[in-house]
Design a protein around this ligand. Structure first.
Ligand code: 86X
Length: 515
């Protein structure tokens, strides 16, 4: 199992771990985590993705099996995003997985830096292919030749396409399930407009959908902003992103990107049209994507020492109902009450199931569903049964509430809402506690050492960012700019100095180590 490359953390499964005590607990129940989130984050993560049944490790390093429990989260987000982009008149399509070398090379300027990550098919059976074929790392070069063909006049615009697909980037630095894998799932949107204004508007509309995926579905606070010249997509005009933060590692993580490509690709691929005045013009393009990385961020932000914690809106199972029979109780009555409870909840549109297996104890089932992160557990024992009530236990804070059967749907809906909200608030408080304003280099270095995300006034010069990277290089990786937030604190004109160069600052920017 696992790869052959050396690993830093969180990447591949480890054979052993934990002390004797923890192992004993594990033996008793067959459940539980041997690593604690705050003590050994990387190991905790590798363990939780497997024990929570999100991932199975595969025999190719950097490739992971997405189990139904993870795929369901992906599909819930997909359903939302797909419906929203359809409202924007964006249409789905599917382009081939394979790219000819000639087409891949067309965009050689920005491919150059990426070339080592491109995977190639060189053989069929035992015979060498005459021309090796690349596997798409992204689809600009695959799609844009056909944009050139399909766009002739202004009536062909805008052209707004999206595809849900997999891409392959043969990464060499420590692979981590969901966060950095060699194959991943994403949607990639590629749109073409007659005017810059239309393109600019769409960039922000899509970015808002990405914010909503993180904040409203995954309950993760993000910062919307613009990437620096060094960190933007080199082939594009400007890059916007939503940035999340992982408090345990003190690293920022790019959540999704929405690029305005300007007319760079239109030039390369000759995507021209005749405008209303009969003149030849070049289209303005955007591209945007979010990937299965979203799921990894969710696990890292919300998971705890008992396992996954799924926000209700993305949980394929929102409520698990567990019977708690006693020797001399009416076992059949309790089991029937569980089934009836599930029926009532499902009819109200709540995703609920009963765990009626008779070969596991209630305690084992509690641990199992806690490990899998189900937001709410309902227990029905003899006393609950007699009183025509159920006991609800929240996954996020273990709070217990007795609910009379008559109020079941109303109360459960309320609790799920509440869990969703609490997870967001808790994540935001934790994130905010990690944000540090730094006005000088000394403050910056100190905050970086404390695993903070740093908000600093900056002169916005590329050379200065390169210098920051060079000066912070080390075992943990260099610091870089994460984004310049759209929501800018006040910056007194001419009186604020850049934290790194001492030159006049012209914007606030977030900085930190990142994934
Ligand atoms: C950059 C840019 C862009 C469409 C997006 O971020 C949104 C969706 N694409 C992707 N990028 C590359 O262009 C790239 C190219 C090659 Cl050849 C590669 F091996 C890796 C890459 N990684 C990122």
């Amino acid at each position: 199992m696992g790869g052959s490359e050396p690993k830093k953390s969180g990447g591949e499964p480890k054979k052993s771990g934990g002390g004797v005590k923890k192992k004993e607990v594990k033996k008793e129940t067959g459940l539980g985590l041997t690593n604690k989130k705050d003590e050994n984050f990387g190991e905790w993560y590798s363990e939780v993705v497997v024990n929570g049944e999100m991932i199975e490790y595969y025999d190719i390093s950097g490739c992971y099996i997405l189990r139904p429990w993870a795929m369901a989260v992906w599909e819930i987000m997909q359903k939302f995003f797909d419906a929203e982009i359809k409202k924007m008149k964006i249409k789905n399509c599917y382009f081939p997985l394979f790219v000819s070398p000639a087409v891949l090379q067309k965009e050689k300027d920005h491919i150059e830096g990426f070339a080592p990550e491109v995977a190639w098919v060189t053989k069929s059976g035992q015979s060498e292919l005459e021309v090796p074929i690349a596997i798409r790392p992204t689809s600009e070069t695959v799609m844009y030749p056909y944009y050139s063909k399909w766009i002739r006049g202004h009536r062909d615009l805008p052209l707004k396409l999206n595809q849900w697909c997999n891409v392959v980037r043969w990464e060499f630095s420590n692979p981590t399930p969901f966060i950095r894998s060699r194959e991943f799932l994403w949607q990639e949107g590629h749109t073409a407009f007659a005017t810059k204004e239309e393109a600019d508007t769409e960039v922000l509309e899509i970015l808002e959908l990405y914010r909503r995926i993180y904040e409203e579905f995954l309950a993760i606070p993000v910062i919307k902003g613009k990437k620096s010249e060094l960190e933007k997509f080199a082939g594009g005009f400007y890059t916007t992103s939503v940035e999340a933060f992982i408090p345990n590692t003190g690293r920022g993580i790019q959540g999704a990107t929405s690029h305005c490509l300007g007319q760079n690709f239109a030039k390369m691929f000759e995507i021209n049209f005749e405008n209303e005045k009969g003149e030849k013009s070049m289209v303005w393009q955007n591209s945007w994507a979010y990937s299965s990385r979203t799921i990894g961020v969710m696990i890292m932000v919300h998971g705890d020492d008992k396992g996954l914690v799924l926000p209700p809106r993305v949980a394929s199972l929102q409520v698990v109902v567990v019977p708690v029979p006693y020797k001399d109780a009416d076992t059949q009555g309790i089991f029937d009450a569980c089934s009836a409870t599930v029926d009532t909840l499902c009819k109200a549109g709540i995703r609920a199931e009963a765990d009626l297996r008779d070969n596991y104890s209630p305690g084992w089932k509690y641990s199992h569903w806690e490990m899998k992160g189900v937001p709410l557990r309902i227990e029905i024992g003899p006393k609950d049964f007699a009183n025509n009530q159920v006991r609800a236990v929240r996954r996020d804070n273990s709070a217990k509430t007795d609910i009379p059967h008559a109020e079941l749907v109303e109360k459960v809906n309320q609790m799920l809402e509440d869990i969703q909200q609490s997870l967001f608030v808790a994540a935001k408080e934790k994130r905010d506690a990690c944000v540090q304003v730094a006005r000088t280099w000394e403050e910056f270095v100190e905050a970086l050492g404390q695993k903070k995300m740093i908000l600093a006034p900056w002169c916005d010069e590329e050379e200065v960012e390169k210098d920051v990277k060079a000066r912070t290089k080390g075992e943990m990786g260099a610091a870089k700019s994460l984004c310049s937030p759209f929501d800018q604190p006040e910056l007194p004109e001419g009186r604020t100095k850049c934290f790194a160069s001492g030159k006049p600052a012209n914007k606030w920017s977030y900085w930190g180590r990142s994934y």
